[in-house]
Design a protein around this ligand. Structure first.
Ligand code: ATP
Length: 349
């Protein structure tokens, strides 16, 4: 199922939670809506699900107006952050529930229901727990049951709102990999909400970055990581060092220090330089460009993370860089710094 969202506006009072949002989700996509808290991700998901209505704009499923249908008529499976399982029902009954309440015309008989539930529990690898109650399951297992239940009605769209948000880091990581392979197997158009950039980049085929009710960028995980189109996206994805710089006809300065990098030809004015922590390379001092004093070094496996106090007019500014461990950094050492990959965005503020 292809989903198309056109020019959606959703206001709560005077506040626009969604501000003219356009989005196309091709059939079979596994798409992440990524953004900070309050950026409008859940609101957008709820409108696609039919749990909420926009003030203006259109939503279509395979070219048909979805807004004319309620949530129950859109063939949508929904999974929330907090496993909304029925506590008094076994795993089996929880998954069977959706099948039992289906319209008579498509409802299966008891044998059909049993077979389908078994199939679903096999799919989420939980058949061995079918007799347990939700209270007897781990958080990760509960979320897999919730997924099996959402899939029971064979939805044409699967919507997941922070499905792993309440789980600890290790289980989250396992479930990410698992969700990806499950999606490959069932190939249902799926959209999941997350504020965790690593989760979005690792799981999704395409990532929609949102901020303040607007879409900032849509692309593959490598697109949004390697070619952030806005300052917001660069700052939100990956660990970036951000320095206020002045650009003068393409030449870049930090305070009085000229940096040996170029901005777009002809660009001028106050700007922001974005460099990922591992893209700020250590170079010998005294060659011009950025310099600083190493303040504190910690090691994390193959990398050393160092605080560096920048020298000159840029002083007082401390940046955090990640360097390989082939050359050991020492506290108090003066080093040169050279951005290997960087982006410069005009800063109108
Ligand atoms: P989070 O990651 O915290 O869930 P989100 O990106 O999903 O955030 P939304 O839940 O879509 O954000 O909310 C977007 C904005 O709309 C927020 O500022 C929120 O306070 C506001 N909002 C959402 N629902 C309502 C409501 N029912 N009434 C008033 N304001 C609301």
């Amino acid at each position: 199922m292809t989903i198309e969202v056109r020019n959606i506006v959703k206001k709560f009072g005077a506040f626009a939670a969604l501000d003219h949002v356009d989005l196309k989700v091709p059939h079979g996509e596994l798409m992440a809506l990524l953004g900070p808290s309050g950026s409008g991700k859940t609101t957008l998901l709820r409108i696609i699900a039919g749990l909420d209505w926009p003030d203006s704009g259109d939503v279509s499923f395979d070219g048909e107006n979805a807004l004319a249908r309620g949530a129950g008529e859109r063939s949508v499976g929904f999974v929330f952050q907090h496993y909304a399982l029925f506590r008094h029902m076994t795993v089996f009954e929880n998954v069977a529930f959706g099948l039992r309440v289906q319209p008579r015309a498509v409802r299966k008989d008891e044998v059909g229901i049993r077979a389908r539930v078994k199939e679903l529990l096999d799919l989420v690898q939980l058949d061995w727990l079918s007799g347990r109650y939700p209270g007897q399951l781990s958080g990760g297992q509960r979320q897999r049951v919730a997924l099996a239940r959402a899939l029971a009605i064979e939805p044409r769209v699967l919507l997941l709102d922070e499905p792993f948000g309440a789980l600890d880091a290790k289980v989250r990581k396992e479930l990410r990999t698992w969700l990806r392979s499950l999606h490959e197997e069932i190939n249902v158009t799926s959209i999941f909400v997350t504020h965790d950039q690593e989760e979005a980049l690792e799981v999704a085929n395409s990532v929609v970055v949102m901020d303040k009710g607007r879409i900032e960028q849509i692309g593959t995980p490598s697109d949004v990581y390697d070619n952030p189109q806005t300052a917001f996206v660069h700052g939100f994805i990956g660990e970036s060092i951000v320095l206020p710089v002045d650009v003068d006809d393409g030449f870049v300065r930090l305070g009085d220090t000229p940096l040996n990098i170029a901005a777009e030809h002809g660009s001028s004015g106050p700007s922001k330089l974005f460099v990922r922590r591992h893209d700020m390379q250590i170079s010998p001092p005294g060659w011009g460009g950025l310099e600083g004093t190493v303040r504190r070094v910690r090691t994390f496996g193959p990398i050393q993370r160092a605080d560096i106090a920048l020298s000159g007019r840029a002083g007082e500014t401390i940046i955090e860089i990640d360097a390989p461990r082939d050359r050991e950094l020492r506290d108090g050492e003066v080093v040169g710094l050279q951005p290997r990959r960087y982006r410069i965005f005009a800063d109108p503020t």
